[in-house]
Design a binder for this molecule. Structure first.
Ligand code: HEM
Length: 212
């Protein structure tokens, strides 16, 4: 029987993440009015909404570019057939991650959920580029397996947004907690969940001996 390849599952989940981001931010809530309505009065007073919105769309654009480039670069076929393209998309990925981090850095002080959620984003803004640059250093040293492992650790964070909103939706609608608290729980659950997922993929898929 044909088993579903792990890479097909990743493509499927990435397609859901991309569709969710486009539909949510261009059709359901095009100017983030719904999202911004949940900001605390303290945040509303300090924020410049039009700059925030521009930064958010730049953030969204580069997050999706990183998602697509990362996805393409996990393809063994692409790597075997066109090493140069893998390299180019790799550098586009790195650049996009840096733009996502800089834009995230702008938005982080105004995060829904206040300081409790905000500090985790600040932490990710330091850790994520470090992880991605480590992946680059590994391949420069010709450590292919290590490069793959660090890229998995980097790539999972591109599912942050979808996962935060999924957890938030469940906690808010099913458990009945207020929006802001549900969002904060979503931030923690997403980040911890993604770190654990990356380590599980590395240990069960990448490091597992290949079947003959
Ligand atoms: C494909 C991945 C990502 C997409 C599509 C994405 C998209 C978005 C969007 C649309 C928003 C506006 C608010 C919302 O709907 O949540 C947002 C907010 C934000 N994102 Fe991302 N993002 C991604 C990954 C990341 C990553 C990896 C980080 C951290 C390094 C990050 C940090 C932030 C921050 C700090 C905010 C502000 C949240 C708030 O105001 O409460 N995002 N993102």
């Amino acid at each position: 029987m044909n088993r579903i390849k792990p890479y097909s599952i990743v493509i499927f989940v990435a397609c859901i993440a991309i569709t969710y981001a486009l539909v949510q931010n261009f059709i359901i809530d095009p100017e983030a009015k719904g999202f911004l309505s949940h900001k605390s009065d303290y945040n509303k007073e300090r924020m410049n909404t039009s700059i925030w919105l521009t930064v958010m769309y730049v953030h969204l654009f580069f997050a999706l570019i990183a998602l697509v480039c990362g996805l393409a670069n996990f393809s063994d076929k692409l790597l075997a057939e066109n090493r140069k393209l893998h390299k180019v998309t790799g550098y586009v990925y790195l650049f996009s991650v840096l733009v996502v981090v800089v834009t995230s850095g702008y938005m982080a002080p105004y995060v829904t959920g206040g300081k409790v959620a905000s500090w985790l984003f600040h932490l990710l803004n330091i850790i994520w580029p470090a992880i991605t640059i480590t992946a680059l250093v590994k391949i420069r040293k010709r450590q292919v397996m290590k490069h793959k492992e660090w890229m998995v650790r980097s790539f999972v964070f591109l599912f942050t947004n979808m996962l935060i909103h999924l957890v938030k939706l469940i906690v808010e609608k099913v458990v009945g907690l207020p929006y802001e608290l549900s969002y904060t729980i979503g931030v923690y659950a997403a980040m911890i969940g993604l770190v654990v997922t990356a380590e599980m993929i590395i240990r069960t898929k990448l490091r597992a001996p290949k079947k003959a």
